[in-house]
Design a protein around this ligand. Structure first.
Ligand code: 6PG
Length: 475
């Protein structure tokens, strides 16, 4: 039979997606640059469904029904361009290429436009959920021409995670929008993990808990508002013992966090868009600091100054940390959704934030109970000026604010770094401030560069003649 969908690039993610399609009754064409990987897939999992294997890209494309639909799962960057070029060379007008990798959204915009000129439809699809998600149901964020979704949508929806019967897959918007929102998803993933890390660090260093005790706390937190995949697996990682030493695994892992780059991309894009995603930025920089191993080694003797005593009431402070984590998380998501709104405006994508919250409820790494609340917030008010101003989140943050301040001040007095908690709180205080020192910044800019300022009591731009008689003129 002709295959309904093809997958090329059969490393773990590609193989698992192909198997997921097969398990859902689709005939799946499979291809890999070196045939041995294809053979490995068929040998180990051929019984998952109907696979049609090809050695050459020509045979692979010929094994697909029209319009042909091929998912590519290869490394972002040049390898992706190379595979697209090969496929485009043998495909016909109306065929569809779906890039399921973590591509940079500006590459996706470029690829979509050049393939459109050649009569092909290009879908940049963010796919989240790791290896397990690819096999059992990921969250899928496909962008590209709306027309492509008519044929690709049902296939992708069939293999995606489902929550309350709703697929965690929807058409996101034109060209690079799918990869853009996947990028921001990953940025939020970085922020989430940083905040979890800070909470863990405080439970250990401020309250003296061992990893097993911290694991118990996270297990409890996972019963409430913080319920999420990342909190759940935090408890599992913390409870895990190293087979070699018998110690908690977390104590034998080198404390230098790596990154493949999507978090960094999110921050770069946010800088260009002028959106303060402080939570994501702090997370990226915290990984960078952790990775500066030589500098850290050399800095170990730096004086701490006089440190305060540790909190005595373990239960109360644990609850404070929980609240601070939740409030900081709301801030990080609010900022991420601001970036999505800004990207949508910049590229005319017309993105619907409520849809994103819906498809992030299951399958993806940041899946969480709290995403239902985000969806509700945008259903209630699609024009929400900021997520944290939605009634539910506003309440949550306002109720947490005393705890949040205690956690940030206590951590500071104990010399424990909390860049995520502290910057989220400063962001919150910045947002709610009656007046910001930006007025002084404007005054300084006007002094040294005649950059002008606006007045609170008149329209227009003004300049003070600083080096003359200091009278004011309208600019
Ligand atoms: C996902 C993950 C996935 C990957 C991250 C890891 O949504 O399934 O985000 O895309 O695991 O890219 O990113 P770092 O290596 O940069 O931490």
């Amino acid at each position: 039979p002709l295959a309904q969908i093809g997958v090329t690039g059969l490393a773990v993610m590609g193989s698992n997606l192909a198997r997921n399609f097969a398990r859902h009754g689709h005939v799946v064409a499979v291809h890999n640059r070196s045939y041995s990987k294809t053979q490995t897939l068929l040998d180990a999992h051929g019984s998952d469904g109907t696979f049609v294997a090809s050695e050459s890209i020509e045979d692979f494309v010929a094994s697909l029904e029209k319009p042909r639909k091929v998912v590519i799962m290869v490394k972002a960057g040049d390898p992706t361009d190379a595979v697209i070029e090969e496929l485009a060379g043998v495909m016909d007008e109306g065929d569809i290429i779906i890039d399921g990798g973590n591509a940079l959204y500006t590459d996706t915009i470029r690829r979509e436009s050049s393939l459109k000129d050649r009569g092909l439809l290009f879908v940049g699809a963010g796919i989240s959920g790791g290896e397990e998600g690819a096999l059992n149901g990921p969250s899928i964020m496909p962008g590209g021409p709306a027309k492509s979704y008519e044929s690709v949508g049902p296939l992708l929806e069939s293999i995606s995670a489902h929550v309350d019967g709703t697929p965690c897959c929807t058409h996101i918007g034109p060209d690079g929008s799918g990869h853009f929102v996947k990028m921001v998803h990953n940025g939020i993933e970085y922020a989430d993990m940083q905040l979890i890390g800070e909470a863990y660090n405080l439970l250990r260093d401020a309250l003296g808990m061992d990893p097993d005790a911290v694991a118990d706390v996270f297990r409890q937190w996972n019963e409430g508002d913080l319920e999420s995949y990342l909190v759940e697996i935090t408890a599992q990682v913390l409870a895990h013992k190293d087979a070699k030493t018998g110690k908690p695994l977390v104590d034998v892992i080198v404390d230098a966090a790596e990154q493949k780059g999507t978090g960094r991309w999110t921050v770069k894009s946010a800088l260009d868009l002028g959106v303060p995603v402080t939570g994501i930025a702090e997370a990226v920089f915290a990984r960078a600091l952790s990775g500066a191993r030589g500098q850290r080694e050399a800095s170990k003797g730096l004086a701490s100054g006089t440190l305060s005593a540790k909190p005595e009431d373990i239960e109360t402070f644990t609850e404070d940390i929980r609240s601070a984590l939740y409030a900081s998380k709301v801030v990080a998501y609010s900022q991420g959704f601001d970036q999505i709104a800004a990207g949508s405006a910049e590229y005319d994508w017309n993105l619907h934030p409520g849809d994103l919250a819906t498809i992030w409820r299951g399958g993806c790494i940041i899946r969480a109970r709290f995403l239902n609340r985000i969806k509700d917030a945008y259903d209630e008010n699609p024009e929400l000026p900021a997520l944290l101003l939605a009634p539910y989140f506003r309440d949550a943050v306002e109720n947490a604010v005393d705890s949040w301040r205690r956690v940030v001040s206590t951590a500071t007095l104990l010399g424990i770094p909390v860049p995520g908690f502290a910057s989220a709180l400063s962001y919150y205080d910045g947002l709610r401030a009656e007046r910001l020192p930006a007025a002084l910044t404007q005054g300084l800019r006007d002094f040294f560069g005649a950059h002008t300022y606006e007045r609170i009591d008149a329209d227009g731009k003004f300049h003070t003649l600083w080096s003359e008689d200091r009278s004011e003129i309208e600019a």
